[in-house]
Design a protein around this ligand. Sequence first.
Ligand code: BGC
Length: 510
Amino acid sequence: MANINWMGWLLMVLLVGNDKTVPVSCIYVDEPLLYDTFPPNFVWASATSAHQIEGAWNVDGKGPSIWDTYTSQPGIVAEGATGQTACNSYYFYQKDVDALKSLNVSHYRFSISWPRVLPDGIGRINQPGVDYYKNLIAALKVANIQPMVTLYHWDLPQALEDMGGWLNSSVADWFEEYARLCFTQFGDDVKIWVTLNEPWITAWQGYGLGVSAPAKYGPGTYTYQAGHNLILAHAKVYRLYESSFKPFQQGKVGIALNINWYSPATDLTADADAAERALQFMGGWFANPIFGSGDYPSIMKQKIGEKSALQGFNQSRLPEFTQEQKIFVQGSADFLGINHYTSFLTEDKPSDINDISYEADQDLYAYYDPSWYGSGSPWLKITPFGLRNLLIWLRDRFNDPEMIITENGCSDTAGNLDDMLRIYYFKHYINNVLKAIKNDGVKVTGYTAWSLMDNFEWRAGYNEKFGLFNVNFTSPELPRTAKASASYYAQIIRDNGFRTDQPCNNYPIS
Ligand code: BGC
C-alpha cells in the first residue's frame, strides 16, 4: 500500500503540479498528510439523531413517527430491529454527554423528534417532550458543549403523513409551526440550527424508491414534488428565524445536504459532463435554489423537461418555482451543511426513455472503483480525496458559502474497540478538510463526526456501526465504551489539527 500511495502521489504531482489549482477530478489516492492547524474557534462536533438513539418511542405522550410505523412492519429492517429502545438516550442522555465531554467537542449535533414535542405534528404541545430537550441542553451546558440542533432528521409525525406528508404543500406551514415552538423553547441556548437533514433521502428514498419511511413509490414524480415542498418548507423556517428570532437570539440556520463525490471515469468530455450532472442532480437540486440562482440547476430543468415531454406528461415532472418563491428561497441559509461519506466514478450512459425516475433522468452510470477500501456498509467506500474535491466544487458553484461538515464517518460490522479502519477514515477525511481550508481557501467552519455511538442505522438495524463509542446492546444499561477512534478524534480536537509528533498521524495503517 505504501508503494501505491507513493506512486499515486508522484503521478498526481506530475499531472497537476503545485496543488493550488488541482483539477477536481485528479486526486484519487491518499496524499501525504498536511501538518497544520484549523482556524481558531473551529467547530468540532459529533452527531446523532433522535430516532436512532432516543428509544422511548411511545412514552410520556410522544406520538408515532413515520419510522415507528415503517419499522413495525415485518421484513423491513434487518432482523426485525426497531428504534423502540435504541440507545435509550431519552433516559441515558447523561451518558451521551459524558461521552461527548471525553471527546473535547465544542458542539453536539442532535435532532429533535417532532412527534415527541408535537404528537400530532401540529397543535397540542407535549410538555414532557419539551422538558427532555431542555434537560439535555442543560446537561450540555454544564459540560460546556454547545448544541447544534437539527429540526428534521426523517421522523415525520405519522399524523402529518396521514395528511400527505411531504407531498402536501401545507407541510411548509406545519414545519413552520413546529420550528416556531423549537425556536421559542430552545432558541436562547441554540446558536446553530439545521432545518432538514438530507432532504435528498426523504425525496428520493422516502417518496421515490419507497425504501425509507414513509415508503411511497413515485420515483420520477413524487420524488420531485417532495423535494419541492422540502425546499419551500426549509425556506419558510429560515425566513421565520430571520424575521422573528435572529434579531435577539443571534444564531444561524442552515440545511444539511448529503452529497457524494463523482469523478469522471475516463478523460472523455461526455464522462466529465456526466460527473457534473450527477453532482448537480444530487447536490445542486437543493443547493442551487438556496445558495445559487434561486432555481433548480439548468441541467435538471432541461433533462427532466425534455424527458417528461417525450414520456407524454403535459408539463415537466420537476415542479417550477414562481418568481416570488425564487426570491424567497434564494439566500435562505447562513451556512451549507455537508453530510459526506463516499465517492463514485461516473460514465455517460443514456437511459431507457420508458424509465420514469430520478435516476434515469440523469443519463449516467455511477460505480465504485474496485480498488477502493470498503466499510461495514455496501454503499460506503473509503475515498478521502472526494471530500476535498466536493468542497472545492461547492465553493465554485454556489458562491463560496460558509460550510460546516455536518456528518462524516465510517461503519464496520464488528463494533470492535480497536477500530483502526475508522481511525484511517477520520485521519484522511479530516486532513482533506484541512487541505481544503489551507490550500484551497474553502470556507469550512466546522466538522462533525458521525456518529457519537453505535445506534439504529435505519434499514440496516444495528448491524452497521458508525460509533466512536461502542454500545453494548445486550446489557440493559446500554453502556457506551470509547473505541480507539474516540481517542484519536479527541486528540485531533485537542491539537486543533495534525501534529507530526502524534503517533497516529505517522504510521501507515494498511
Ligand atoms: C444519515 C444518518 C445515517 C448516516 C449513515 C446519513 O445519511 O443522516 O442518519 O446514520 O448517514 O448511514
